[in-house]
Each structure stands twice: as C-alpha cells, then as structure tokens.
Design a binder for this molecule. Structure first.
Ligand code: ATP
Length: 359
C-alpha cells in the first residue's frame, strides 16, 4: 500500500481547465471515494494518478516519492497501480484462471505458486471453482469479481476503481459493495473509487472528496459530509438536501436558534460559527416532521419509498421554497399541514450565497 499526495494538480486540455489546483492526501490503506457530477474531472484525476496523463502543473507523490509533475513521469507499469473499470476489461479468449493469473505470469510466477494464488484470489471474491470458465459464460457481477480477483492477484499498492458497479443492477450492487469492503480489508491497498452514486460512496469510503468543475469542494468522512455540508452546492448534492433562508437569533458552541417561516427552532451549526442575522439552512427530509406544530405548508406531492413516503411541501410563508419531509404514508396533494423542524444545519457564512450566484 502507498500513500498518495496530490499537490496543486492542474490539467488542461487545450483551452479548458479540467482539474484546477487540486490538492489531496490519501493515507496508506485508505478507501477514498471521488464523488461528483458527470464531467467534473474524476476520471481525469484517476488517469493522472495511474500515469495515463501528465499534469499541466503540480505533482503527484507515492509514499513521498514524486511519480508525476515537475519533470517526473514514472510510467503506469512502474507505479504498482491496479485499475478496475466498469467494462471489466477481461480477455475473452482466456479462461477465468488465465485472466486472474495474467499479472502473475507477466511477473514470472509459475506453476503451483500461480495456481494457488489464482485460487486464493477467486475464493476472496467468492468465485471458487470458476477457473475453467470463459468471460462469456459469466454474469456481469461475476465478471466484475474476476476483474477484482485479477487485481488481488497482482497485490497492488494502489487500486483505482472507475465506476466499477455502473453496469450492474441494484441487487448485485449491494452484494458487490460487501465484496469491495472485504477486498479492501484483505489487501490493505489504498483505494480510490470514482462514482457519481452518493449511496455507493457513503457505503464504501473512509472519506469522500466531492468534486465540482475541476475542484474538490469538500473532503470529509461520509457521516460528516452528510451532517455538515460546507457549501450550498454540497448541501443540495448530498442526501436530497434543500436550502432555505432563515434568521439566526442565537448561535454558539455548535448550536443555533433560528427563525424559519415565522417559527423558532434549534439546529446545528459549526463549532466556530457565532453570528446572528441572515442565514442559510440545510434541511434534509429526515430533519422535518409533519405534525401538530410548526410552520404552515401545503403538500405539493408525495413519493412512496417502501418503508416511508417523501412528501414535498411548500411553506405558506414562502411558496417558492420546496422542502422534502419523511412521513410514514403519502399525503394528498393540496393538503394543509404543519411542519416542525427537528434538526437542520446552518451553513457556514461563506457558503451563504445561492448556488446560481456562486456558479
Ligand atoms: N483527452 C481529453 N481531451 C479533451 N477534453 C477532455 C479529455 N479528457 C477529458 N476531457 C474533458 O474533461 C472534462 C472532465 O472529464 P472527466 O472524464 O474527467 O469527467 P468525469 O467527472 O469523470 O465524468 P463522468 O462521470 O461522466 O465520467 C470533460 O469536460 C471532458 O470532456
């Protein structure tokens, strides 16, 4: 396993800057997810780490040793990096055992030693006994597990995964998430995992780097990212967050009293935040409750989600705002309700600009 240090990395293609002064440290054996909308630069960052692209500025170090930038350009094969793509990239003419054993063959591992390592890798991804099959005889999930087993056999220091579950259905994704976790525990490899699926990133990663237009806009463990978004953009991107204007009447030691649509409520704030006046509040569906108290609102629509419903409401005090509320059952459109603020997160002051104005 290697630590990865990315320093002021910029990548331009012609006139467009695809990565803009990105700095990031990934610890030895850490599982880091790169999360962001299509085109934000995730794959480009991964390709730079792998060595398929060279930086326009900045540098990349593995275990403190430069591999790219400022005159350094260690080729991909010398970086001990394995890559798992969504397309699996298995050789169709080879058996599963030959595919998994290929990196070992290249390194000169022969005979029983190779057979043993292949069997071990296949057991780790729960495909024992599949050695003689060809990729065409496998399901999508099984192919992806063979690709992982090939990675495992290589014993890489760094594993880069580019949306490896994108081609799989929902059920397979869940079971593959478990396999990735076990794979990570077994190899101890440093893993960088690209996804635009936040649930996947939350389920797998130690930390998540949220990217937006070539920059990292927040880097935090999943729970903190969800609970304490540092900008309006992240607040909206993660966990169906909605943002509304509020008035802060008291704020200290991580707790704030706010007035939202004429009603007072207690919410969370950054420990260092102490201000009163105008504020912007991030509200997740689970932060609100329909009941006997709270601000008046009208139900716009309801979406049934299995164990509960997500009800969209518009406050009477500001019908432009749409908020989502978790409720046991769907509610009829047009119904009058009261909504209580049970929790919420006061966005840091520097984030209190509308997303459009910040764009
Ligand atoms: N070789 C290239 N030449 C020119 N532009 C490129 C090249 N590679 C990527 N880009 C551009 O860089 C931007 C970022 O692309 P990148 O593939 O890194 O995004 P991404 O976040 O991985 O997106 P997705 O989730 O859709 O894969 C895009 O606008 C893309 O068109």
């Amino acid at each position: 396993m290697s630590s990865i240090r990315i320093e002021n990395l910029t990548k331009r293609f012609g006139a467009s800057t695809v990565l803009d002064d990105v700095s990031l440290e990934i610890g030895q054996g850490e599982f880091l997810a790169l999360l962001g909308p299509s085109g934000c630069g995730k794959t480009t960052l991964l390709r730079l780490v792998a060595g398929f692209e060279t930086p326009s500025a900045g540098r990349i170090l593995f275990d403190g040793v430069p591999v790219a930038g400022e005159g350094w350009d260690v080729p991909p094969e010398a970086r001990n990096v394995a890559i798992v793509f969504q397309s699996y990239a298995l050789w169709p003419h080879m058996t599963v055992a030959e595919n998994v054993g290929y990196p070992l063959r290249v390194r000169g591992v022969k005979g029983a030693a190779r057979t043993e390592r292949v069997a071990e890798a296949l057991a780790a991804v729960e495909l024992p006994g599949f050695e003689a099959r060809r990729p065409a005889e496998l399901s999508g999930g099984q192919r992806q597990r063979v690709a992982l087993a090939r990675c495992l056999a290589m014993d890489p220091a760094v594993v880069l995964l580019d949306e490896p579950l994108a081609n799989l259905d929902v059920h397979l994704r869940a079971s593959m998430e478990d396999i990735f976790k076990r794979f990570h525990a077994r190899t101890g490899a440093t893993m960088v995992y690209i996804t635009h699926d936040q649930a996947e990133a939350m389920a797998l990663a130690d930390r998540i780097a949220v990217m937006d237009r070539g920059r990292i806009v927040q880097l935090d463990p999943p729970a903190k990212l969800h609970a304490e978004p540092q900008s309006e953009r992240v607040a909206r991107f993660i966990g169906e967050g909605r943002v509304a204007d509020c008035r802060v009447v008291a704020c200290e030691n991580g707790a704030a009293r706010i007035v939202l649509f004429g009603h007072e409520a207690s919410v969370r704030a950054g420990a260092e935040t102490s201000r009163i006046g105008k504020g912007r509040l991030c509200l997740r569906p689970g932060d609100l409750a329909v009941g006997e108290h709270g601000f008046e609102a009208r139900v716009v629509s309801s979406r049934f989600a299995g164990s509960h419903a997500v009800v969209t409401v518009e406050p009477l005090a500001d019908p432009e705002v749409r908020l989502a509320v978790i409720h046991p059952v769907p509610l009829a459109a047009g119904a009058s309700v009261r909504v209580r603020v049970a929790d919420g997160w006061l966005l840091p002051a520097e984030a209190a600009v509308p997303a459009e104005a910040a764009a």
